[in-house]
Ligand binder design. Structure first.
Ligand SMILES: Cc1cc2nc3c(=O)[nH]c(=O)nc-3n(C[C@H](O)[C@H](O)[C@H](O)COP(=O)(O)OP(=O)(O)OC[C@H]3O[C@@H](n4cnc5c(N)ncnc54)[C@H](O)[C@@H]3O)c2cc1C
Length: 286
């Protein structure tokens, strides 16, 4: 099928892009096009105006300033994956990106496009939540900042309001070690179950932890009780058993032909164990 007809504009500033988005009720930004172009072709999206963000230089780039890493929303996934500063500052993001699509999709797909699209099985939303990222949003009233955990609302639903643009993601330096694991039908496919694990251990104590499941519900699920156990009991083998017993298996609602809800529930504990153990194994011991 061919897309329904649409107008096309390619502004060079965020201010102009916002004006254009405000001029049509159903205008839509386009970034890497890796999700939106197929949606247009299948007529799942029928915007009357496409606002191309690719010619806005201020939306791309990676910058570390005052301990905060700012990644422009239009930065290509491949660029983030290859970035040494991202590897040092937020290794979990790189670990997640290794599972996102394939080299050709990562060469065009953007970091902001994946977050704005908010596919329930996408890897980046879980990584952003586990890293406590801040999403920077521009609208006609100026800029606002939203915590990743509040940004991702449901399947293909975020805190972005019509006419707004996600301009950047901001990350504090990652606390602790991490791992991102998933089960998917083939390498590069969306995850059936994904796990983002981050554990910060100091003087034998677990001072911070994040465990986030993806692919199992309308949005990524933070395992609050499991995180609490890790922080209280430390990342010991006994505590990990308690963590696995406290996983929110009743949060699994995704039930599809590729994997039933029961299958996803069976996968979660072992994947979580492996992710926590892989994170801890990556710790450099003096
Ligand atoms: C073969 C294939 C395999 C893939 N596998 C995976 C996978 O395993 N995991 C995964 O997570 N993804 C996967 N993807 C999707 C890919 O990661 C896309 O890059 C991503 O979903 C969308 O990013 P994009 O830059 O292409 O955005 P686009 O497709 O251009 O836009 C997607 C949506 O976000 C909106 N949008 C984009 N940028 C902004 C912005 N800055 N502000 C506000 N709204 C915005 C658009 O209006 C649109 O609604 C795959 C894609 C393909 C084609």
């Amino acid at each position: 099928m061919k897309p329904a007809p649409f107008d096309y504009e390619a502004p060079t500033t965020v201010a102009d892009a916002l004006k254009l988005l405000g001029s049509h009720e159903d205008a839509r930004p386009i970034a890497g096009g890796q999700s939106l172009v197929p949606m247009l072709a299948f007529r799942l999206a029928r915007p009357s105006l496409l606002v191309d963000l690719n010619r806005i230089p201020s939306l791309s780039g990676i910058e570390e300033k005052g301990g905060v890493l700012r990644i422009g929303a239009m930065t290509r996934q491949a660029k983030v994956l290859a970035s040494d500063v991202v590897k040092r500052h937020a290794p979990l993001l790189v670990q997640a990106l290794e599972n996102v699509g394939h080299p050709p999709t990562r060469a065009r797909g953007t970091i902001g496009g994946s977050c704005a699209h908010a596919d329930p099985a996408a890897e980046l939303p879980s990584a952003m939540i586990a890293l406590d990222a801040t999403m920077v949003i521009a609208g006609s009233g100026g800029e606002r900042r939203v915590r990743a955990d509040d940004f991702f609302i449901g399947a293909f639903e975020t805190a972005l309001q019509p006419g707004e643009i996600l301009v950047a993601l901001e990350l504090s330096k990652q606390q602790g070690v991490s791992a991102f694991l998933e089960v998917s039908a083939r390498k590069g496919d969306f995850g059936i179950v994904t796990v983002a694990a981050r554990v910060a251990v100091k003087d034998g104590r677990c001072i911070d932890a994040a465990l986030v499941l993806g692919g199992i519900a309308e949005r990524s699920v933070r395992c609050a009780e499991a995180e609490r156990i890790l922080k209280e009991q430390g990342a010991t083998p006994k505590a990990i058993d308690a963590v696995l017993a406290a996983l929110p298996l009743d949060a699994v609602t995704m039930d599809s032909r590729s994997a039933s809800a029961a299958h996803r529930r069976r996968l979660i504990p072992e994947l979580c164990r492996r992710a926590i153990e892989a994170a801890l194994a990556s710790q450099v011991t003096p």
